[in-house]
Design a protein around this ligand. Structure first.
Ligand SMILES: CC(=O)N[C@H]1[C@@H](OP(=O)(O)OP(=O)(O)OC[C@H]2O[C@@H](n3ccc(=O)[nH]c3=O)[C@H](O)[C@@H]2O)O[C@H](CO)[C@H](O)[C@@H]1O
Ligand SMILES: [Mn+2]
Length: 286
């Protein structure tokens, strides 16, 4: 009797599975994943027998192909080790894609504007997912200008998964860079919003990400027809989507840090991080 009650309150190692310095659950009871809130061995023991296939999409258009080598190399070290992983690389320079197993290359058009390259990812991911729905269980859509530095695994799986943007999580909600103009379909009122999520990493089940990419790409296109481009392109539409459709799991900024930022004390591990880059040298426009 007593010992079982004790175990319910203090599973396994009480020091390890407890974080009191950060918020670990949302007001709609979705977990927020931080180091030491989960047991990686236990998570893998639950998910590995399910024989899941995990897809990741990454766009490397124009000069961004230079980031592929490190992205792919580090994904082999840290991303869903021991799972069936398939990476889909979208590029206009297929000959520059490093030869790595389980990578598929899809040729896409470039654009004169980085904003369009970034924003059009949504509809291309949507098209891909229509083909993958039978063979793939979960998908993550990731920025290419980044490297893995630590485990990113089964603890991140969920129906609809958002990553808290590393740049704003200490700010009051009113300072989140949501789209504030009512003429955009990404509009968020001053009191709206839970977290500010990043466009550089999100995911979920194939069905959920199909719905997300359909809505976000349609809203981006419909805005475009009216001459409107949201403040942070698809990231703005993504944030509006997650406001209306709450993520079932939220990943902490451990899952997308930025190399130029000093590591805050609550960040005990950096799993994935954007590299420092010279925007003027690599983007088609500034
Ligand atoms: C940390 C984070 O969440 N970053 C977001 C932020 O970007 P960043 O400043 O990190 O944007 P970025 O330059 O990495 O562009 C986003 C992604 O688009 C692709 N790309 C872009 C330009 C190009 O010439 N070729 C190319 O392939 C590439 O996969 C890149 O990783 O703002 C962007 C604005 O829309 C996106 O929301 C990014 O996801
Ligand atoms: Mn990026």
């Amino acid at each position: 009797g007593l010992i079982k009650v004790y175990l319910i309150f203090w599973p396994k190692s009480e020091q390890n599975l407890l974080r009191t310095d950060v918020v670990t659950v949302t007001p709609w009871l979705a977990p927020i994943v931080w180091e030491s809130t989960f047991d990686p061995v236990l998570m893998d023991a639950i998910f590995k027998p399910q024989n899941l296939t995990i897809a990741a999409t990454v766009f490397a258009v124009g000069k961004y192909v230079q980031f592929l080598k490190d992205f792919l190399k580090t994904s082999e070290q840290f991303f869903f080790i021991g799972f069936n992983v398939h990476i889909y690389v979208f590029t206009d320079r297929p000959n520059d894609v490093p030869k790595v197993q389980l990578v598929s290359v899809r040729v896409v058009q470039s654009s004169q504007r980085w904003q369009e390259i970034s924003a059009r990812r949504m509809e291309m991911v949507h098209t891909l997912l229509l083909e993958l729905s039978d063979s793939t269980h979960f998908i993550f859509c990731l920025d290419v200008d980044s490297k893995f530095h630590g485990r990113w695994g089964s603890e991140s799986l969920g129906e609809l998964v958002a990553v808290v943007h590393p740049g704003y999580y200490g700010n009051p909600r009113s300072r989140f860079p949501f789209e504030r103009r009512t003429k955009s379909r990404a509009y968020m009122a001053p009191s709206d919003g839970d977290f500010y999520y990043c466009g550089g990493a999100f995911g979920g089940s194939v069905d959920q990400v199909l719905a997300l990419t359909q809505t976000c790409s349609k809203n981006y296109r419909d805005d475009e027809k009216e001459g409107v481009e949201a403040a942070w392109q698809e990231e703005s539409h993504l944030n509006r989507y997650f406001w209306e459709n709450k993520p079932s799991k939220v990943l902490s900024p451990e899952y997308l840090w930025q190399d130029f930022k000093p590591r805050n004390p609550e960040i005990r591990i950096i799993r994935f991080s954007g590299v420092i880059k010279n925007y003027a040298a690599i983007r088609p426009n500034v």
